[in-house]
Design a protein around this ligand. Structure first.
Ligand SMILES: NC(=O)c1ccc[n+]([C@@H]2O[C@H](COP(=O)([O-])OP(=O)(O)OC[C@H]3O[C@@H](n4cnc5c(N)ncnc54)[C@H](O)[C@@H]3O)[C@@H](O)[C@H]2O)c1
Length: 383
């Protein structure tokens, strides 16, 4: 819906009433967007007009148009918002088509896979006057700005870290043809721990560090490793040097014995902060106090927020331009030397799945995060 409810020459016919949503990629993660859209529809704020997926429409209300491809749904027009939860290589072209058709775009992460594509999409968004909201949902929390503000209270910032140790099975890395691939059929898949499973940690840490655009990143140093039979990484440390801010170190693995809650660490000379970005919880550890102070923050759903933008024009919470630094990191991680194979791992079986577990990975990642180091820069015992 346009703010004035008028008919736009190069976009869909806009009327007063609920914001009209079309969703592409409605299975997999896309189902969460369908659920969010259904909730908005129940509230009278939005209407699901169409879905697109070659695997079928999924469970949507009667009367919703179904297309087999996002391209057809976008070309049919009449949408205020297009949700794209399709495979990564499709993002750039589909998002551009949706913007050109006059729709705002809810674009899943990673938004695009190169800085050039990122800048091109930003330009199309600016020219069409339509927003791109990125599916880094942790960035839609009030906790992100609060953590950045709290950093002013812990002295000089030494560095910031994105920390996560998860457990993912061999089956996870075989879930689709592109699983665990850096590049497939000449297209960037970027399905490694830094750029996909724990990408939210990296994106959140960068924004807390004040790095939003690609130009905020001066250099990226990588130490990528893998225990699984994949060509992407599953056990990595990365250091991002910023042009005007502290280093951001990522210490991320999917080869832990069990899932730890991931977090962003801000380490200062007078204390440190732990921000659990999946929970919107900030704990402030000041050196002059024995105990932390812990705060919980509200989060807005990314689609809910974009519907509000479509209705009243207020700025979106996770705009494409806030994720340029992440795209730069992704580009560098995909272009970095191939991950080295970890020889020492165990295989644990749980519920019929096999998990490759790297002994000592939790402690190694904590050390890397705390000291701002890459695995190769200390005796981690990982290899
Ligand atoms: N924000 C998050 O927490 C989160 C979590 C998981 C995945 N994701 C992202 O969501 C996106 C989808 O990931 P997934 O794991 O659900 O993948 P998936 O392969 O399970 O699902 C993608 C869906 O898109 C459909 N599709 C493919 N091409 C299409 C096209 N041209 N038009 C319409 N539909 C098409 C597929 O049939 C499939 O149903 C990726 O960008 C991924 O990184 C985000």
């Amino acid at each position: 819906m346009s703010t004035d409810g008028t008919v736009s020459a190069d976009g869909p016919v806009s009327t007063d009433g609920p914001v009209r949503i079309g969703l592409a990629g409605v299975h997999g993660h896309g189902r969460t967007h369908v659920e969010a859209a259904l909730a908005l529809q129940r509230d009278g704020r939005a209407e699901i007009v169409a879905v697109a997926d070659p695997r079928g429409p999924g469970d949507v209300p009667d009367g919703v148009a179904h297309f087999t491809a996002a391209e057809e749904m976008i070309a049919a027009g009449g949408l205020d918002i297009v949700v794209l939860s399709t495979p990564i290589p499709s993002h750039a072209a589909l998002a551009e088509a949706a913007l050109e058709a006059g729709a705002h775009v809810m674009l899943e992460k990673p938004p695009v896979v190169s800085v050039a594509a990122h800048e091109r999409l930003l330009a199309v968004s600016a020219r069409t006057g339509r927003a791109v909201q990125v599916g880094f949902q942790s960035l839609a929390s009030d906790g992100v700005a609060a953590t950045a503000a709290a950093a002013a209270g812990i002295g000089e910032i030494r560095h910031i870290a994105a920390v996560g140790v998860w457990s993912r099975s061999e089956e996870y890395w075989r879930r689709a043809r592109w699983s665990g691939r850096r590049v497939l059929d000449g297209q960037v898949m970027a399905d490694g721990v830094v750029t996909n499973p724990l990408a939210h940690a990296v994106a959140t840490a960068l924004v807390i560090a004040g790095a939003r655009g690609a130009a905020d990143v001066a250099a990226v140093e990588t130490d990528l490793r893998r225990a699984n039979d994949i060509d992407a990484d599953d056990t990595s440390t990365v250091r991002v040097r910023l042009t005007g801010g502290p280093d951001v170190v990522a210490a991320l693995a999917t080869t832990g014995e069990r899932r730890h809650e991931p977090f962003v660490l801000v380490r200062g000379t007078g204390g440190h902060l732990i921000y659990h970005y999946t929970l919107d919880v900030l704990s402030v550890f000041a050196d002059d106090r024995p105990l932390p102070r812990t705060f919980h923050f509200a989060r807005t759903g990314v689609l809910d927020d974009l519907v509000r933008h479509a209705a009243d024009g207020t700025a979106v919470r996770v705009p494409l331009d806030a994720t340029g630094a992440f795209t730069r990191v992704l580009e560098e991680v995909v272009a970095a030397p191939a991950p080295t194979a970890i020889e020492r791992f165990e295989v644990h079986e749980r519920a019929g799945e096999r998990y490759r577990v790297v002994p000592g990975i939790g402690a190694a990642m904590e050390r890397a995060a705390w000291d701002g180091l890459l695995l190769r820069e200390f005796d981690s015992g990982i290899g």
